[in-house]
Every structure is written in structure tokens, then in C-alpha cells.
Design a protein around this ligand. Structure first.
Ligand code: URP
Ligand code: ZN
Ligand code: ZN
Length: 470
């Protein structure tokens, strides 16, 4: 038999069954075999992972690279964002195909796919994003699913951006998506309540970054989640709530789970790392995103929900903006571009603050950062798992190494990082993407455009129409 391309030996490998001492044989970009420690196998290259964890490449199902928004565009290009992803241990990202003026769902997907393919360093897919769910676009949902894109995002707010859909549009689209075996991602905030909340804050002079958070308290998120859950029940559509920020949001998700419905949800690194006290600091504008950061105690509730399974994954919601698009709203939060970077910090932060601080196990870390997003969005078992036949997307983590995520150590073009005062322990040192060593000892070595589009399969539909409730 021909030599293996790689033998990765000596590490503690996190398999679906738990941590195990096995060696990995890689050939032609695929994990070819799991071997007993030291069993050998002749390989062209060997990697000694002794004393370190070996996990599947991360899957970040929520990023926004070069995405037009807020009168500008997010700062991370597909190239930079996917390089940052690899350095942070993520080997597959899913971005979005927002419709632009007059564009149908499929046209938006084609355009974004072309733009991404030229530049991406890691593998990628796209979610459709229906901001104008006209008949043509709705009718294209089955074809998008056949092309490997069985997920569509909807915004319940951002009316001024032209992204919000009405309740009727959301419910109608979810019915079609359910027929196609797809899953709806929903940004859940009550648009009317938050608009009146903004007016009230501005009227009383609460106009700084903290006012942004006070204008949209947790009720605004929790109410919208409950509404989305009801539409999911009524339509039989699988539902994924993006960026859950609050304890009330978690409770709304939990209430929606069961009863024949698939209701899944993620949170994001920034909600786990910070509370709203940072908004009153001199750089508060940099920490503005929607939904906003919440009061002290909230990160603990999110960690508990990740540990218990109510929240199933962590997505970065990477939406980086140059300082000028943040600081312009320092005294009028309505002008702050909403969104923060996060694609590189996602896995190191969850490992450091989650696993090493004993909030979650290493197995749960792999589930929420790799396996679960892959399962939810139809990438599993090609991605998100170390198993025979899976893509050889492999990450080695040194649990003792420390990392200061200051600007000098981040792959970014913006002028700041939110995490420079956060000490990270446990970093991805080496990363393989489909069998190619693209990060070696923390140094990137990858050709832009060498990432591949990954066609996703339809999620195995579990949701049923809840005819008891209706
Ligand atoms: O403020 C945020 N989260 N910006 C990114 C776009 C979104 O809503 O996901
Ligand atoms: Zn959103
Ligand atoms: Zn987002």
C-alpha cells in the first residue's frame, strides 16, 4: 500500500466517543485510518502531537466578510477573514449571500460564491439571506437547496438597512423552506419595540454606546425568539436562532425546544467574554453589536446554556468595522456600525474560558465549535469530526501555551482588537485543511483561493407541523 501523506501520532484525539489515544493516518485530504498508538504505518510526513489535543477543524457557521452594511462594508475580506479563521483553528466558514437591489436568491448566491472562491483560505459555504423575499426568490429555495445551500437567514429587524422581513413574509418563507428540507436562521429582535426604545433613549439624552444596549433590553430578543418559534411550529420548519445574547433569550429558546420542533441556537464569543460595563468605557463604541452586551452575570448564564445543551453552538458573527465607522457614533449610538470581529478568537476563547475554567468539557468544546454547526447545517460527517472518511481538517491545541490577542497577534486590518486584555491559554498551533498543513507552529502558509466551496446536504428534517397548538 502507498505511503500515507501524514501520520499524526502521540496526541489525545477528541473523537465522537470521547478522548482517545489514537494515531491518525491521512491520505489525499481524507482521514484514512485511526491507528492504535505506535502501530506505525509508513508515511511521507510524520507529526508528533504528544502532550497536545487533536481535534477536528472548527466550523464557524456565522461570519460576515466584505458584507455591505451600515453605509459601508465589513472590513474583513474573504481572504483576511478566512486566514484569521485558520489561525484560530477554524477550517470551514459559512458566510451569507444577502440579496442586493433587484437580485434574486440564486443570483445573490452566485455572486457571493464567485467573490469568495477567488480569495478563501479555508473551505466555505453560504447561507442564503432573504431581505426581499419576493415570489421569484421564494420559488428558488428548492434549487438553492439542491445546489448545496439548504439554509436561509431572515432579519426580524434592521428595517432601515432594508433587511427586515414582515411576519407574514417570514412565515411564508419558512413554509417553503420546510418543504425544501431546509433550515431558517433568524436574527430575532422586535423591530417596533427597539425603534421606540431608541427614540426614548435619544429623547432622554442617553445617546452614548451604553444607550444602544438600554434601547433594546432582553425582552426585545426574547419576544422575537418566541414569535419565530411559533412560526417554526406552524410551518414545520427547522429553526436556528443566531447570536442569542441574554438569559431571557436562552429561556425563550428552551421553551421552544421539544414538541416535535427543531429549535437550535448559538451564542457568540463576545457575549461570553464581556458584559455591558465595557460600553461605558472610553472605547465603548467598539463593543456595539446587535443584540447588545448584557449586564454582569449574563455570560455565566450563556456558559450554563452551552453546557446543558440549550445552546448548541458558538458562531463568531464576525462583522468587523474600521474605527471610523464605530467612533462616528460615540455620541449618537444610532450611527455606530453594528458588529465586532471574532472569527480568530472564537475557538481559543471557548477553549480558554470554557474548557480550562471547567465550564465545559473538551468533548463539549468540540461539539459546540465543530460538530454541532456541521450537523445543523449539513456538513457532517465530512466536516466537524475526526473519523475515517472525513476531510482531514485537523487542529492541534497546545493547552499550556498562552496568547495575548493584541493587534500584533491578530490577522486583521482594523485598528483595534476587543480582546487585548483577555489572557488566552490553550492555542491552536498547527492546522490541516483537507490534509494540507496550512498553519505550522502558529504561522500561516496558505494560498488564497485554495479553500473550496462545500455543498451542504439538506438537514434531516425533524420538525413536524404542530397541529396540537394550532
Ligand atoms: O451587530 C451585528 N450582529 N452585526 C452583524 C450582523 C448581524 O446582525 O448578524
Ligand atoms: Zn444578526
Ligand atoms: Zn451576523
Amino acid at each position: 500500500m502507498a505511503d500515507l501523506d501524514w501520520l499524526i501520532y502521540g496526541g489525545t484525539v477528541i473523537l465522537p466517543t470521547g478522548a482517545a489515544h489514537v494515531d491518525l493516518g491521512v491520505r489525499n485530504g481524507i482521514i484514512e485510518c485511526l491507528l492504535a498508538p505506535g502501530a506505525g504505518g509508513s508515511a511521507r510526513r510524520r507529526y508528533d502531537a504528544s502532550g497536545r489535543f487533536v481535534i477536528p477543524g472548527g466550523v464557524d457557521a456565522h461570519v460576515h466578510f466584505e458584507n455591505p452594511s451600515m453605509g459601508t462594508e465589513t472590513a474583513h475580506s474573504f481572504r483576511l477573514g478566512t486566514e484569521a479563521a485558520l489561525l484560530g483553528g477554524t477550517t470551514t466558514i459559512i458566510d451569507f449571500a444577502f440579496q442586493s437591489e433587484g437580485e434574486s436568491l440564486l443570483e445573490a448566491i452566485e455572486r457571493r460564491r464567485r467573490d469568495a472562491a477567488k480569495q478563501v483560505a479555508c473551505d466555505f459555504s453560504l447561507h442564503g439571506c432573504l431581505t426581499s423575499p419576493d415570489e421569484r426568490s421564494i420559488n428558488e429555495i428548492p434549487e438553492a437547496a439542491s445546489l448545496g445551500i439548504p439554509s436561509v437567514k431572515f432579519f426580524m429587524t434592521y428595517r432601515q438597512e432594508g433587511w427586515a422581513v414582515s411576519d407574514d413574509q417570514l412565515l411564508t418563507a419558512m413554509r417553503h423552506l420546510a418543504e425544501a428540507g431546509g433550515i431558517a436562521l433568524v436574527h430575532a429582535e422586535n423591530d417596533e419595540l427597539l425603534r421606540t426604545g431608541i427614540e426614548k433613549c435619544i429623547a432622554r439624552g442617553d445617546t452614548g454606546p451604553g444607550g444602544h444596549a438600554r434601547s433594546r433590553p432582553p425582552l426585545i430578543e426574547a419576544e422575537a425568539i418566541q414569535r419565530a418559534v411559533l412560526y417554526a411550529r406552524e410551518s414545520g420548519c427547522d429553526l436556528f436562532i443566531v447570536h442569542v445574547s441574554s438569559r431571557a433569550g436562552v429561556e425563550a429558546v428552551e421553551m421552544g425546544q421539544g414538541r416535535g420542533s427543531v429549535v437550535l441556537a448559538e451564542t457568540c464569543p463576545h457575549y461570553l467574554a464581556f458584559d455591558d460595563s465595557v460600553l461605558d468605557g472610553p472605547e465603548g463604541h467598539r463593543y456595539v453589536m446587535s443584540p447588545p452586551l448584557r449586564p454582569a452575570g449574563n455570560p455565566g448564564a450563556l456558559w450554563r446554556a452551552l453546557a446543558s445543551g440549550v445552546l448548541s453552538s458558538v458562531g463568531s458573527d464576525d462583522a468587523a468595522y474600521f474605527e471610523k465607522f464605530k467612533v462616528r457614533g460615540k455620541n449618537d449610538f444610532r450611527k455606530i456600525a453594528n458588529g465586532v470581529p471574532g472569527v480568530q478568537i472564537r475557538m481559543p476563547l471557548v477553549f480558554s474560558d470554557g474548557v480550562l475554567k471547567r465550564r465545559i468539557s473538551i468533548e463539549r468544546f468540540v461539539e459546540i465549535c465543530c460538530a454541532s454547526p456541521a450537523k445543523t447545517f449539513g456538513l457532517y460527517p465530512r466536516k466537524g469530526v475526526i473519523d475515517v472518511g472525513s476531510d482531514a481538517d485537523i487542529v492541534v491545541i497546545d493547552a499550556h501555551a498562552t496568547w495575548q490577542p493584541d493587534l500584533a497577534h491578530m490577522q486583521t486590518n482594523i485598528e483595534y482588537t476587543l480582546y487585548e486584555h483577555v489572557q488566552i491559554t490553550g492555542i491552536p498551533t498547527d492546522v490541516w485543511r483537507r490534509g494540507e498543513l496550512v498553519v505550522q507552529n502558529g504561522v500561516l502558509d496558505v494560498v488564497p483561493g485554495s479553500g473550496e466551496f462545500v455543498a451542504r446536504h439538506r438537514t434531516e428534517r425533524h420538525s413536524t407541523i404542530d397541529d396540537v397548538a394550532f
